[in-house]
Design a protein around this ligand. Structure first.
Ligand code: ZN
Length: 217
């Protein structure tokens, strides 16, 4: 391979090391649902990722198992006010109060679940996310699902990995515009940030371990 890269044809996907099944203590784990908003998921959205629709059912099943064992759930919502600089790249999207900004009905957050509004690809940037994960919930593991795989999912996974969280990403619960983008995100998350990637969200289990939740709860 030469150093220079000139796109002409196909690029071989390097090996991605998938984990088959995994089990986490419920009290030390949080589930983050990234940007599953109408603008990204619904056909009439401003920036639709067609593959995102297929991730809704696996995310619903994972959410149900997480909620059954009181795993902490956090929804992240892409949010931009008028004239945001990100509109120079993507055009207008996810402005608060609009239909496109709302989380899709099939994944509606429950009362009491944390909702983080973020402005950049990285969900930690300028938000309360680290405060809750590190100091309130004191979790070690972050299971990350949603969209877009190589944009907000990747940047949030990177930021979590750099903060020494264990990052877990099921491939069937994230989505991108192209197979290349999806593969690149999974490769970077597993190889560069030491994350755990699985083929399916159904292969993630949460286990109740009495006494493991932090004091004062
Ligand atoms: Zn945005």
């Amino acid at each position: 391979m030469s150093v220079r890269f000139i796109p002409e044809g196909t690029v071989k996907v390097p090996e991605i090391s998938f984990t088959d099944t995994i089990r986490f203590p419920a009290a030390q784990t949080a589930l983050l649902v990234q940007d599953m908003q109408n603008d990204f998921v619904e056909p009439a959205g401003a920036l639709t990722i067609p593959a995102a629709a297929q991730t809704v059912a696996p995310i619903q099943r994972l959410l149900a198992r997480a909620r059954a064992l009181d795993v902490r759930v956090v929804y992240v919502q892409d949010t931009h006010l008028k004239d945001d600089v990100e509109f120079d790249i993507w055009g207008e999207h996810t402005q608060p109060g609009t239909w496109g900004w709302e989380i899709i009905r099939d994944l509606e957050p429950r009362r009491g679940e944390l909702n983080i509004q973020k402005n950049r690809y990285d969900s930690f940037y300028g938000t309360w996310l680290d405060h809750y994960l590190s100091h309130v919930w004191r979790v070690r593991t972050l299971v990350l699902v949603g969209t877009v795989a190589n944009i907000c999912v990747l940047h949030t996974a990177a930021s979590a990995g750099l903060r020494h969280f264990r990052v877990v990403v099921p491939a069937d619960a994230i989505s991108a515009l192209t197979d290349f983008d999806q593969a690149m995100a999974l490769r970077q998350i597993s190889w560069l940030y030491g994350g755990t990637v699985l083929r399916s969200a159904d292969d993630i289990e949460f286990a109740e371990e009495p006494g493991t939740r932090s004091e004062g709860e």
